[in-house]
Write a protein that binds this ligand. Structure first.
Ligand SMILES: [Zn+2]
Length: 224
């Protein structure tokens, strides 16, 4: 998946670490129960205390949370929840980290800088505003103009990302550039909502103005 491009050895380490974590610390029981209610329920809390028991894994999650969570979520969907389900029917699953260590992640909203980008952070404050919940394209389905096969491409926020070439081995385009058409009805969307968090004035030094940050929440965290 384009969204989680990490070096292969890091991906291998992360996969091993997630399997160990699920199997050693009681998560397989939770996942077996989840299978009965998935995808109506599609999130699972994972304690950072358990993450920390696996050598080297906590640092990796702090440094690249998005890629690491995506690897764990893929494992859960494919190996625990969706056995026998076609990839085109696959649904989202969310790992929600809890018990994150404040000493490693906490930051005042006013102190957030470019070196925090991509890393795991925790903030506290008051929710001041929230927008309507709206759908965002997450896994886009494209039809190849030559062979009509459907190719899925996961999407980041912003510009629509199309496949470069058709991945159907039998496609007459033979790996050359082709035109793709987006198929909204075959695509997967996720609910998103923007919220604005303001620093809690009570915890601030006298005189300074509380600052705000915009946060995007996804899927079952929206509309709460
Ligand atoms: Zn094709």
């Amino acid at each position: 998946m384009a969204i989680t491009t990490v070096p292969e050895e890091i991906e291998e380490f992360a996969k091993r670490a997630w399997y160990d974590l699920f199997e050693l610390y009681g998560y397989t029981d939770i996942l077996n129960q989840l299978r009965q209610v998935y995808p109506d329920t599609r999130s699972m809390n994972v304690s950072f205390k358990d993450v920390s028991k696996i050598e080297g894994f906590a640092d990796m999650i702090l440094a690249m949370p998005e890629a690491m969570l995506r690897i764990g979520e893929d494992i859960i969907r494919k190996d625990y929840l969706e056995k026998g389900i076609l990839p085109s029917d696959s649904r989202r699953f969310n790992i929600r980290l809890v018990d994150t260590p404040l000493k490693d992640t906490f930051i005042e909203i006013r102190s957030i800088r470019s070196n925090n980008i991509g890393r795991l952070v925790s903030v506290t404050g008051i929710v001041r505003k929230n927008t309507e919940v709206s759908p965002r394209l997450q896994n886009a389905a494209f039809e190849c103009a030559f062979c009509k096969s459907i190719i899925y491409r996961s999407q980041l926020r912003g510009r629509l990302e199309e496949p470069e070439v058709c991945t159907n081995d039998e496609c007459p385009s033979e790996g050359k550039k082709v035109k793709f058409t987006l198929l909204p009805n075959e695509s997967e969307f996720v609910d998103v909502q923007k919220i604005e968090i303001q620093e809690n004035p009570e915890t601030m030094e006298g005189g300074s103005q509380p600052q705000r940050i915009e946060v995007i929440v996804e899927d079952d965290l929206t509309g709460q």
